[in-house]
Ligand binder design. Structure first.
Ligand SMILES: CC(C)(COP(=O)(O)OP(=O)(O)OC[C@H]1O[C@@H](n2cnc3c(N)ncnc32)[C@H](O)[C@@H]1OP(=O)(O)O)[C@@H](O)C(=O)NCCC(=O)NCCS
Length: 224
């Protein structure tokens, strides 16, 4: 695909996904998400052609103008839509599949604890809501939705919705997932046993009380 068709494709995506987008010229001139993605495509090419410093200069210049930082080493699929954009950071070893949507303030970053692959990999058609932080070298499955403000620290399955801090999966294929504490799982058998033990203890105490020999009534000392 030549560069003009690529740009056309990126513009089409914005027209499709942003109800506020009016026409292609406006998108081309005013959408900072588009500018950042185009600058990334150039910086990534420069990196592949062993021009790392030039690549960084391009990406940092794009960051200056758009507020969006995409490391040239990241691998980004086709038709990425970064809406609003300001404050987006995509790390060096991050991977973004095709048809993803990322809102402002999103970080695809590392936790600071990993070496080598440190950043997440998003599958295809993943949405990451505004302000969400996805931190660590794990996978987010196809069609997953990360809620605005979520902090995702572990793998998210395909077709899941993850919300909260730390993020938990609340929907799978649009169906509600029951909140289950995976550590303190209720155990009905143990609960029954505990109840029975308590009843036995009560009964034992009662029986023991009944079996106790009754003390003979004290004789009154007779006065001499
Ligand atoms: C998560 C989101 C993608 C919706 O996904 P969905 O699969 O349709 O999920 P639902 O709307 O059915 O919500 C699922 C549950 O998560 C909760 N939820 C949704 N968004 C949430 C959020 N950001 N934080 C915490 N909980 C959230 C809902 O209240 C619902 O709770 P319930 O199970 O108690 O009913 C959407 O809420 C969201 O956050 N989109 C980001 C959009 C954005 O960033 N816009 C910025 C535009 S400028």
């Amino acid at each position: 695909m030549n560069i003009l068709n690529r740009i056309r494709e990126e513009v089409e995506v914005i027209r499709d996904r942003d109800p506020a987008a009016r026409n292609s010229v406006e998108i081309l001139l005013t959408y900072s998400g588009l500018h950042a993605v185009l600058a990334y495509r150039l910086s990534h090419k420069l990196l592949l052609h062993h021009k790392p410093t030039l690549a960084r200069i391009v990406s940092q210049t794009a960051r200056f103008f758009t507020g969006i930082e995409i490391h040239p080493g990241a691998r980004i699929g086709r038709r990425l839509f970064i809406d609003h954009g300001m404050g987006v950071v995509i790390g060096e070893t991050a991977v973004v599949g095709d048809d993803c949507t990322i809102y402002q303030g999103v970080t695809l970053g590392g936790t600071g604890k990993d070496h080598g692959k440190r950043h997440p990999s998003l599958g295809n058609n993943v949405t990451v809501g505004s302000g969400a932080k996805v931190l660590g070298p794990f996978h987010v499955g196809d069609n997953a939705k990360i809620a605005a403000g979520a902090v995702v620290l572990k793998e998210v399955p395909a077709n899941a919705t993850a919300v909260g801090v730390p993020a938990r999966v609340v929907r799978m294929n649009g169906v509600r997932v029951q909140d289950l504490d995976q550590i303190n799982i209720p155990d009905p058998v143990a609960a029954q046993l505990s109840e029975l033990t308590t009843r036995i203890e009560v009964l034992e105490a009662r029986t023991a009380a009944q079996e106790k020999p009754k003390r003979a009534p004290r004789r009154k000392k007779t006065e001499s």
